[in-house]
Design a protein around this ligand. Structure first.
Ligand code: NAD
Length: 473
C-alpha cells in the first residue's frame, strides 16, 4: 500500500528543504525525495563550498599583504589539501544541520530518484510518485495531495566543449580539484566565472576569462562590472570581452588550446585547464513531466505567481523555473508555494526587491534596476554615487576601492536600483533590499542614521548624493 502525504517535494536543495520546513510548520505531512544529498547544489556544489574556497584565497592574499598593516610574515605558502579540508568540514557541518532540521520537522526523507507517474487512481490526488533507489531494485510509491518540484539545475555545456571533469571542467568539477593548475581559461565571465577568476588569481593561478558579451557580469550595472574588472585586472586576471569561442579549434593534450574570434581577429589561448561557466540549465528531464500537463518553456517549468503549474496541485520553484537562479530566491519561492497550498494567502514575490550578490574580491551586490534597465523602461532617472575611499572604516579595513550607486525615479523619488561594489557589500545590500520592500525614498535612506565608523555609512551618503547633499564627498 502506497504511503500518503500532504506534500511530496522532489529535490532537497535550498528550495526544497526550506519549503518542507514551512510545510511542516503549517501542519502538513511532508516527504522529500532527494537523489543526492540534502542541501543540494548550494550546500554541496555551489554557494557554500565556493565561498569557503574564496575565503581561503582572500586570507592567502591578505597574509601576503600583511606587512602593510604592520604585521610581518615570512613567505606564506598555500596548503591546498588543508583548504579543501576546511571547505569539506564547513559543508559537512551544515549538512548535519539540515538533516537535524528534517528530524525536528518530522519530515520523511527518501534517498532516491523521484518521478511523477501521473494522475493518481486515488482521485483527487494529483499523482503518485515513484522512488527508484541507487541499487535499482526497490521501487516505493508515495501518494501526495500536493507535489513541489524543486529539482534545481546543472551546469550548461557548450556544444564541442564537452566537460570531462579533468581538463574541461564545470564549476562542480572545479570544486573537487585536488591540486591547483598553473593556468586556466575560464569560458564565460558571468557570476561563476568572475568568482572563480577572483579565487584562482588569489591562489596564484594564471587566469584568462573569455567572455562573449562586451561586458563581464552582463546583467549587472555597467559601472559595477567595470570596477570588478578593473580590480581583478590589477591582480593579474586577463579579460577578453566580445570573444566568440570556437569549439572546433579545441586542441587537448598536456594543455588545452582554443581560439576565439574577436571582431575580425582570431586569437588562440592555451592553459592547463578550462572552466566552462556559461549558465545553468533546469533539471526537468526524466522526472515524469511528460505524464502531466505541466508546460515547459525554453527548458524551464512555467508557473503562475504562486508557483502553480498547469496541474494545480503540482508546484515548481527555484532554478527549475528559471528567472533569478539564486538560493535565497528558491527558498522564498518555496515558502510562498507552500503557504499557497495551505490557503495562507501569501504575498507574491517582487523580484525587483530581491538582492543578488557576487562573492568575488571585490564583492558586488545589487537590488532592482540598473541605470540602463531603468532608462530602457522609460524612467527619467537621477543617480547618486559615493566612493568607499571617503568612508573611514573602509580605510581602516584596508579596502577602500569601490562605490555605491543609487538609481532613483526623478518624478516619484522611488528607489529603482541600488548597486554596490567593494568591501562587504554582500552584507550591506540587505539594507537596500529592506528599503525597496518598504518603498523608501533616497531621502529616507539618507536620513537613516548610520553608525560611525561603519561601512554602512556609504549607503546613507550615496542616498544623499542623489540630491547632491552628500557630506563627505
Ligand atoms: P551567468 O548567466 O551568470 O553567466 C554566463 C556568462 O557566460 C555570461 O556572461 C554570458 O555572456 C557568457 N557566455 C555565454 N555563452 C558564452 C560563450 N559561448 N563564450 C563565452 N562566454 C559565454 O551564468 P553562470 O556564471 O554560469 O552562473 C549560473 C547561475 O548560477 C547564474 O544564474 C548565477 O546567478 C547563479 N550563481 C549565483 C551565484 C551567487 O549568487 N553568488 C554564484 C554562482 C552562480
Amino acid at each position: 500500500m502506497a504511503k500518503e502525504y500532504d506534500l511530496v517535494i522532489l529535490g532537497g536543495g535550498t528550495g526544497g528543504y526550506v519549503a518542507a520546513i514551512r510545510a511542516s510548520q503549517l501542519g502538513m505531512q511532508v516527504a522529500i525525495v532527494e537523489k543526492g544529498e540534502l542541501g543540494g547544489t548550494c550546500l554541496h556544489r555551489g554557494c557554500i563550498p565556493s565561498k569557503a574556497l574564496l575565503r581561503s584565497a582572500e586570507v592567502f592574499r591578505q597574509t601576503k599583504e600583511a606587512a602593510e598593516y604592520g604585521v610581518e610574515t615570512k613567505d606564506p605558502s598555500l596548503n591546498f589539501n588543508k583548504v579543501q579540508e576546511r571547505k569539506n568540514k564547513i559543508v559537512d557541518t551544515l549538512h548535519k544541520g539540515v538533516q537535524g532540521l528534517m528530524k525536528k520537522g518530522k519530515i520523511d526523507v527518501f534517498q532516491g530518484y523521484g518521478r511523477i507517474l501521473g494522475p493518481s487512481i486515488f482521485s483527487p490526488m494529483p499523482g503518485t510518485i515513484s522512488i527508484e533507489y541507487a541499487n535499482g531494485d526497490e521501487n516505493t510509491m508515495i501518494v501526495p495531495k500536493n507535489v513541489l518540484i524543486a529539482t534545481g539545475s546543472k551546469p550548461k555545456s557548450l556544444p564541442g566543449l564537452e566537460m570531462d571533469g579533468k581538463l574541461i571542467m564545470s564549476s562542480d568539477d572545479a570544486l573537487k580539484m585536488e591540486t591547483l593548475p598553473a593556468s586556466i581559461l575560464i569560458v564565460g565571465g558571468g557570476v561563476i566565472g568572475v568568482e572563480w577568476a577572483s579565487m584562482l588569481t588569489d591562489f596564484g593561478v594564471d587566469v584568462t576569462v573569455l567572455e562573449y558579451a562586451e561586458q563581464i557580469l552582463p546583467t549587472e550595472d555597467k559601472a559595477i562590472a567595470l570596477e570588478v574588472e578593473k580590480q581583478l585586472k590589477k591582480r593579474g586576471v586577463t579579460f577578453v570581452k566580445g570573444a566568440k569561442v570556437l569549439p572546433d579549434s579545441l586542441e587537448t593534450g598536456d594543455n588545452i588550446t582554443i581560439s576565439a574570434e574577436k571582431g575580425e581577429a582570431v586569437e588562440s589561448y592555451t592553459a592547463e585547464k578550462m572552466l566552462v561557466s556559461v549558465g545553468r540549465e533546469a533539471n526537468t528531464t526524466n522526472i515524469g513531466i511528460e505524464n502531466t500537463d505541466i508546460a515547459v518553456e525554453k527548458g524551464f517549468i512555467k508557473t503562475n505567481a504562486f508557483y502553480q503549474t498547469k496541474e494545480s496541485h503540482i508546484y515548481a520553484i527555484g532554478d527549475v523555473i528559471g528567472g533569478m537562479q539564486l538560493a535565497h530566491v528558491a527558498s522564498h519561492e518555496g515558502i510562498v508555494a507552500v503557504e499557497h497550498m495551505a490557503d495562507e494567502n501569501p504575498l507574491a514575490l517582487e523580484y525587483d526587491n530581491i538582492p543578488s550578490c557576487i562573492y568575488s574580491s571585490p564583492e558586488a551586490a545589487s537590488v532592482g534596476l540598473s541605470e540602463k534597465q531603468a532608462t530602457e523602461k522609460g524612467y527619467e532617472v537621477k543617480v547618486g554615487k559615493f566612493p568607499f575611499k571617503a568612508i573611514g572604516k573602509a580605510l581602516v579595513h584596508g579596502e577602500s576601492e569601490g562605490f555605491v550607486k543609487i538609481v532613483a525615479d526623478k518624478k516619484t523619488e522611488d528607489l529603482l536600483g541600488i548597486h554596490m561594489v567593494g568591501p562587504h557589500v554582500t552584507d550591506l545590500i540587505s539594507e537596500a533590499g529592506l528599503a525597496k520592500v518598504l518603498d523608501a525614498t533616497p531621502w529616507e535612506l539618507g536620513h537613516t542614521v548610520h553608525p560611525h565608523p561603519t561601512l554602512s555609512e556609504i549607503v546613507g551618503e550615496a542616498a544623499l548624493a542623489v540630491e547632491g547633499k552628500q557630506i563627505h564627498g
